[in-house]
Design a binder for this molecule. Structure first.
Ligand code: ADP
Length: 722
């Protein structure tokens, strides 16, 4: 009797397909194979192998696998990880596999092409075009087309340079391997505390068993330098290493630090990269040749065969949660990956999430603490400005104490940062005549005024239109007015107060391409900007030595709404923002404008008392049975007809399996009741900690099949409450 194989394909199907393994084809788990589906031949992955057909199937009816792709198979740990991700998050295994396999070309060896590099000798005959190639054609070696494009000439000029002796041609891979990072390249002199923390983390890696450490260090304490010690240990062991960072922290400056420490540029992985770059990283990782990857959350699903360490930097960051397609939290899944592969995981943050802190407190994670900044740098002093006592002038948003502080620091030649997490000029556009608020056409959200581009924009969907002259409702001319501040408006107000100051706005709208952003950061570092007005873009991954003052325009911004993590998030953001100040030898200061100076998050901030804040928050969560003391899931129902979406939600509610320790809240209309033309209802499921909530939700989800165009989306441990 033939062997049978269970194959998953990277498509949205929850179960594997059975095939016969033809005689003479030796297969193992994780192999990539071609197998027929309908009339087509598809690439899938061997999930398991059986010597007898699985029950209920007779091998005679099964189709045969056509062929095996000759490449390194996915590791057993990777297969388990894919299964685990699917099961935990209520997704289909096929869909998770689709996140892993992105480009089939990456399964083949790199194509070989002709590459050119300078010969070191002068061409026998020089022309301006040839000179341009030699001058601007690099980095070498390069393909003729690449060098030609950089030099602004035709590819023929590049090839011609071989004949006259300026360039040498030889064949090489299109996707070259990455340079090997060297763990002993250039360690920085660490402070005694940093050294001790680094040794702790390296020892965990050395143990080669699953363990999780929380690297809990105040802003600017040198967490990166410290986890580099663990990375170095993993590299010494010949293992691969993955550093996850929030997407917006993945900057050139950040990557440069890796290069300085390990002497080689790491592979980077993020959502903006092109197909060729993806293919190169995927292949080199899958073959085990690329040892160091710095990436955004989806890098977790690269097929590492020999992982020794995962670092999740800024582990509290909400961008680790993927909210579309397969909904998962990369921070939590990184811990799962470590567990399945038996290696170290480091979660680093100056403001760890309550879940992680709780796990450290109960001893599930080890707790490595860095309480101070190295050298002369000290943590900034934080104080509140009660906006009830210090009312800004009419139509303005900056109070007198805040303006005074900005005046002081800029007067001393130091820099100030004004922080407001609101892009554009004004978050609301309203008609003075009829009261109409400008709304997104297919979504429940207000349009935001952007003065720089002259447009009104929906920040949820990206919809935008030129700023209208007339009110779309009453047609009154020049009656639309801006309500509330965005960063552009704050910059305008600051410029009016400080006419001589060099002021720039930094938000995702104004950042420009990576080169422009890097240039802006350089100007800031060199002191060519006096006041930077920025959104959360300024918070991550930058060190500005001359920045000594941070003013938070609206400390209450995150506190509104029904998010149970609102206090925690506000606290985290404000600590991080304030932490931008005083990173070098001059002490820093932060002032936070607020209408709620009595809110516990703000009180704790001003008192510099994190333990107090965490104590209060954890007690509240425990009382309410919220994570980390209980479990939470959200279910979102989507569809084009509001009545049918409501009916679907009711039907789902009625299908709830009976179980102890489960409480269901809702359904009701979601806070964003319509998004991109689809209506939304939502319910929450709260479970006691002993309940296997994923399993419960899977069973429930299996009972209801929505009509086409309608969708039921399960979100385990939701981070977004919109
Ligand atoms: P964190 O991630 O904790 O905010 P970083 O690792 O980014 O901190 O370090 C903050 C700054 O301090 C960086 O510019 C870093 O180069 C510097 N730094 C860290 N440790 C040392 C040290 N031992 N000696 C000198 N500078 C250090």
């Amino acid at each position: 009797m033939n062997q049978t194989a269970q194959i998953f394909f990277p498509v949205n199907v929850p179960t594997a397909f059975d095939y016969v393994v033809p005689n003479g084809l030796a297969l193992q788990r994780g192999d990539f194979v071609y197998a027929p589906i309908g009339k087509q031949m598809k690439m899938g992955v061997v999930w398991s192998l059986n010597d007898v057909p699985t029950q209920g199937t007779s091998s005679r009816k099964l189709k045969s696998i056509a062929d095996r792709k000759s490449t390194r198979p996915l590791s057993p740990e990777m297969l388990d990880f894919i299964d685990w991700t699917a099961r935990y998050n209520g997704a289909s295994t096929g869909n998770v596999l689709r996140m892993v396999i992105r480009n089939y070309k990456a399964l083949d060896p790199s194509a070989v092409v002709t590459l050119y590099a300078p010969s070191g000798t002068q061409p026998t005959k020089m022309t301006p075009a040839r000179a341009a190639v030699l001058e601007k054609g690099g980095p070498w070696p390069a393909r003729a087309s690449e060098a030609a494009e950089r030099a602004g000439v035709s590819a023929g000029v590049v090839k011609g340079l071989v004949k006259v002796g300026g360039l040498l041609a030889k064949s090489g891979p299109v996707d070259p391997p990455f340079d090997m990072p060297n763990p002993e390249h250039a360690g920085r002199e660490l402070t005694p505390r940093q050294r001790e923390a680094g040794l702790d983390l390296a020892a965990q890696v050395k143990a080669r068993v699953f363990n999780v450490s929380l690297l809990d260090g105040v802003t600017g304490s040198g967490k990166t330098e410290v986890y580099f010690e663990a990375v170095a240990q993993s590299l010494r062991q010949g293992q691969q290493c993955l550093i996850l960072v929030p997407e917006i922290a993945l900057t050139q400056a950040g990557l440069r630090r890796f290069k300085e420490r390990f002497g080689a540029e790491p592979a980077s992985w993020h959502s903006q990269m092109g197909a060729a770059a993806r293919r190169r990283v995927w292949r080199e990782v899958a073959q085990g040749r690329c040892k160091l990857v710095v990436g955004a959350r989806s890098a977790l699903y690269l097929p590492f065969p020999e992982l020794g360490l995962i670092v999740v930097d800024e582990e509290h960051d909400t961008s680790y949660k993927q909210e579309e397609g397969v909904i998962y939290n990369a921070r939590d899944m990184a811990v799962v990956r470590g567990h399945l592969s038996g290696h170290s995981v480091i979660l680093a943050s100056a403001t760890p999430s309550l879940e992680t802190l709780h796990n450290a407190r109960i001893g599930k994670f080890s707790h490595v603490v860095l309480p101070e900044r190295p050298g002369a740098a000290v943590l900034p002093e934080i104080a509140l400005i009660d906006l009830k006592d210090h009312v800004p002038e009419k139509g303005a948003f900056l109070s007198q104490p805040l303006l005074d502080a900005v005046g002081d620091v800029t007067g001393r030649g130091e820099q100030a940062l004004l922080y407001l997490n609101r892009r554009g000029y004004a978050p609301l556009i309203i008609c003075r005549t009829c009261g109409e608020k400008l709304k997104s056409p297919d979504t429940d959200s207000w349009l935001v005024q952007h003065k720089r581009t002259g447009r009104a924009m929906c920040h949820l969907t990206g919809f935008s239109m030129p700023m209208p002259r007339r009110c779309p409702n009453c047609q009154a001319e020049d009656s639309l007015t801006s309500v509330g501040p965005g960063v552009e408006r704050i910059a305008e107000e600051a410029q009016a107060a400080f006419p001589m100051a060099r002021i720039e706005v930094l938000s995702s709208d104004t950042a420009g391409n990576p080169a422009e952003l890097a240039e802006r950061m350089r100007r800031m570092e060199q002191g060519e900007i006096d006041i930077l007005v920025g959104t959360q873009m300024v918070v991550k991954g930058h060190n500005f030595p001359r920045l000594t003052f941070v003013g938070v325009v609206d400390g209450d911004l995150g506190l509104a709404g029904g998010d149970p993590r609102a206090g925690e998030r506000t606290y985290q953001t404000l600590v991080q923002v304030a932490g931008r100040a005083g990173r070098a030898d001059k002490p820093g200061r932060a002032l936070i404008q607020t209408h709620q100076p009595e809110h516990e998050a703000l009180v704790a901030l001003a008192a510099g008392d994190r333990d107090m804040f965490i104590g209060v928050e954890l007690a509240m969560r425990e009382m309410l049975g919220l994570p980390p003391f209980g479990k939470l899931a959200a279910v979102i129902f989507w569809g084009p007809d509001p009545a049918k979406v409501e009916a679907l939600a009711k039907k789902f509610l009625n299908a709830a399996p009976r179980a102890d320790g489960i409480e269901i809240l809702g359904p009701s209309e979601a806070p964003i009741g319509r998004l991109r033309g689809l209506y939304r209802q939502r319910l929450f499921v709260q479970a006691e900690s002993q309940v296997n909530l994923s399993k419960y939700m899977r069973a429930w989800r299996g009972k209801v099949r929505p009509a086409s165009k309608y969708k039921i989306q399960i979100d385990i441990d939701p981070q977004s409450f919109m």
